[in-house]
Write a protein that binds this ligand. Structure first.
Ligand code: DGJ
Length: 729
């Protein structure tokens, strides 16, 4: 039984594969957090709650002075009655007060897991995959009910949490803060990992000590953002890549978020994550409810790698959906870095023809095919062919490409509108805006107001009419600016601060509708590269363009950082031209291929400019990808050497049966008179005999893992190897 309630001790015990999560109904009816860690057989942890006196605190029980909210670990904390840490929840009531005090009133445990209304969430396909617990709490004064929702996955060390607030009173309330979860750890013996960055350098790994007070990451951009991914991990101080306890937290949400770690004056650490309360307010009228996004919590006793593996498994099986969930995605060529806006049908067909000859399976036409779009200043919203470039239309182009034996894909940026567009002339009111304020532009564009149903339906109808007319197999869904002047002309003043969240709900509604309606189309999300790489988007679109930075050496860091949470199969990875367009670096086509082969493989360059030798290498890379793609999709990633720690980087991806593996190693700068380098591989079976496909050398698993593999002496910068290991009898 994965979820137990011990009525005597009033303890809830949630059990996953190797982890336990426990909390208790305390004597005042609130919920005290007991434990999150390695799986325990018994739930006898009541002794951990210490009802003790400390000076200068406030006490609920004036006589005994032992029940102070400031000294106890909570599961759902509120503001105003003595807990001074930032709470899970805060609302402003009709009388202007901001205090709530929730007490347990009941619970319900059932098999399986329910979807969240209007929001993406992990799913269970069968009731045997796990159980769900709803705990109901009630605040007598406000008449608000809080339903804490927990689901545990029996095959993983994964628990999801979210909260629903129901206004059962007659008066309206304003929700000021609602964290999807919060946990109070007993001590502060942790380091914090975050994935921070910017455009073109997304998800760099940062690990730092935690200290008394609040440390947080957030987005206020109404996109999950490249600046901070909605993910943090706490690593016990002795934990590293393969050892020690690690706790990972990821929010299934694509808008503004906050992840907060607060160490109080007794070294207790509160971790919470949810919609960013900054600039947020939600009016909850009598009878209405509000559902928070879901957070995914992972425990690993095997270091960061163990944590990543849990996220990868549960996301591959219980987050990604649709036809391409487990299928090899077509090897694509995208024309963006080959032509930018400067193309016509002939140029496109030439690139496609050359690509087809090399074995590429899908041609993607990027930005510039619509309206009068010849640069980035116009036409977003005018989703009809640019007749100057494509006089015969999209159907004709797609048909020609299909006739070559290739699939056809198309770029859109549906959430945006250019001030220079036909759509803007008709519908200025459709933008995110605040009346009487000048609208700030980003990349010469404004954001459409997806909190409005009419705008959402316009996007659905416009895209549907293209999908119905043109044989499209793939869509790149781009989004290239963050929001400013956040407001909606449709909403009353008291609901203006809901605009950002309502926008995200509108976006999810559009994506749910289109991905259900066009099940054969492979959708890839993109936000100026990997600016919205989050589980919310992955629920609808099973892959994301990892970064606009296509330089192989930069990509090692970006893909390594992304792999901390997200499976390799979710990352779009392309070989592009040199000198690289973002950093000017020249790397060999082999190295560019070797790094791109660890994800969803593709190309983004003008093939007609390549030498015959380079074209032969591309043919070989395509052959390799077809051979290893099942390992990329289903295999286990072991990160061996971090690019953030030195001059080289390495990883190995091992098939589920351990009979095959793909090993990658890259050295950035060559070294004079180099030392003899050797590296120990991971995850293989020590008893298997493996052959290296590339060299035909044979090694036992134990040799590779315990004695190591000799690395070549690289005498050029940016050299790399990709080796395939196959079990031989
Ligand atoms: C940003 C994307 O990340 C690029 O790949 C490309 O599609 C451009 N937008 C097009 O404007």
């Amino acid at each position: 039984m994965p979820i137990l309630f011990d009525a005597d001790k009033k303890i809830f015990h949630i059990m996953c594969k190797d982890c336990s999560y426990m909390f208790q109904i305390l004597k005042d009816g609130s919920l005290g957090h007991l434990y999150f860690g390695k799986r325990l057989k018994d739930n006898n942890l009541s002794y951990l709650i210490r009802y003790e006196f400390r000076g200068n605190e406030n006490y609920k029980d004036a006589d005994t002075q032992s029940f102070s909210l400031d000294l106890l670990p909570f599961e759902f904390s509120t503001y105003g009655t003595g807990d001074y840490r930032h709470p899970s929840f805060q609302a402003m009531l009709k009388d202007g007060s901001t205090i709530t005090s929730f007490k347990y009133i009941g619970h319900n445990i059932f098999k399986g897991k329910k979807a969240l209304k209007g929001l993406p969430s992990l799913y269970m396909e069968s009731e045997d995959e796990g159980q769900t617990l709803y705990v109901e709490l009630y605040d007598e004064v406000s008449k608000l009910k809080a339903v804490l929702q927990y689901s545990c996955f029996e095959n993983y060390n994964v628990i999801t949490r979210s909260i629903k607030i129901i206004n059962e009173g007659e008066k309206d309330v304003n929700i000021k803060r609602i964290m999807s979860f919060s946990i109070d750890f007993h001590d502060n013996n942790y380091k914090m990992l975050r994935l921070s960055g910017a455009w073109a350098r997304e998800r760099y790994v940062h690990i730092s000590d935690i200290y008394p007070g609040i440390q947080s990451i957030e987005s206020t951009r109404n996109a999950s953002s490249p600046q901070q991914n909605p993910f943090i991990a706490l690593l016990e101080k002795n934990a590293d890549e393969f050892n020690g306890n690690v706790y990972g937290f990821n929010l299934v949400y694509s808008g503004s978020f906050l992840a907060e770690v607060e160490v109080n004056h007794f070294n207790m650490t509160r971790v919470s994550m949810g919609i960013n309360p900054f600039d947020f307010n939600y009016l909850l009228k009598s009878g209405e409810d509000f559902q928070s996004p879901e957070a995914v919590m992972v425990f690993s006793k095997d270091g960061l790698n163990g944590m990543s593996s849990e996220f990868h498994n549960v996301y591959r099986n219980n987050l990604l959906r649709g036809k391409y969930k487990k299928e090899r995605r077509p090897i694509l060529i995208n024309n963006w870095e080959a032509t930018y806006f400067d193309f016509n049908e002939e140029k496109i067909l030439n690139i496609a023809r050359e690509a087809k000859d090399l074995g590429i399976e899908l041609f993607v036409l990027d930005d510039g095919w619509f309206g009068c779009r010849n640069d980035d200043t116009t036409s977003l919203g005018d989703w009809y062919e640019n007749k100057e470039k494509l006089p015969l239309g999209l159907e004709h182009l797609a048909k020609k490409i299909n006739e070559m034996g290739m699939k056809f894909g198309l770029w859109f940026e549906p959430e945006m509108i250019s001030p220079k567009s036909e759509l803007y002339k008709k519908h200025k009111e459709w933008c995110i805006q605040v009346a009487d304020r000048e609208k700030t532009q980003g990349r010469h564009q404004f954001v459409l107001d997806l909190s409005r149903e009419d705008v959402c339906n316009y996007i659905i109808d416009t895209l549907s009419s293209i999908f119905d007319r043109v044989p499209i197999s793939y869509v790149k869904w781009d989004m290239n600016r963050h929001m400013t002047e956040i407001g909606s002309l449709m909403l009353p003043p008291e609901r203006q601060r809901e605009t950002g969240h309502r926008y995200i709900l509108g976006l999810y509604y559009i994506l749910e509708t289109l991905t259900n309606k066009y099940k054969d189309i492979l959708f890839e999300s993109c936000s100026a590269g990997g600016g919205r790489f989050d589980p919310g988007m992955l629920y609808y679109m099973p892959q994301t363009w990892t970064s606009d930075d296509t330089d192989a050496i930069e990509r090692i860091k970006i893909q390594y950082g992304t792999s901390i949470v997200y499976p390799l199969i979710t990352m779009g990875c392309h070989v592009s031209a040199v000198p690289n367009h973002q950093v000017g670096r020249i790397t060999s086509i082999e190295t560019r291929g070797n790094i791109a082969l660890s994800g969803n493989f593709g190309y983004e360059l003008d093939i007609s400019k390549l030498t015959d030798k380079e074209k032969d290498i591309i043919k070989k890379q395509i052959e390799i990808y077809k051979d290893i793609s099942d390992i990329i999709i289903n295999g286990r990633l072991y990160r061996i050497k971090s690019p953030f720690d030195g001059n080289d980087a390495s990883w190995i991806i091992v098939s589920e049966d351990k009979e095959r593996a793909v090993f990658f190693y890259c050295q950035s700068l060559s070294e004079p008179n180099p030392i003899f380098k050797r590296i120990k591989l991971l995850g293989l079976d020590e008893n298997f005999l493996y052959e290296v496909v590339e060299t035909k050398e044979k090694y036992k698993g134990e040799q590779l893992m315990y004695a190591g593999l000799n690395l070549p002496n690289f005498n050029r910068d940016f050299e790399s190897i990709l080796l395939r290991f196959k079990k031989v009898d």
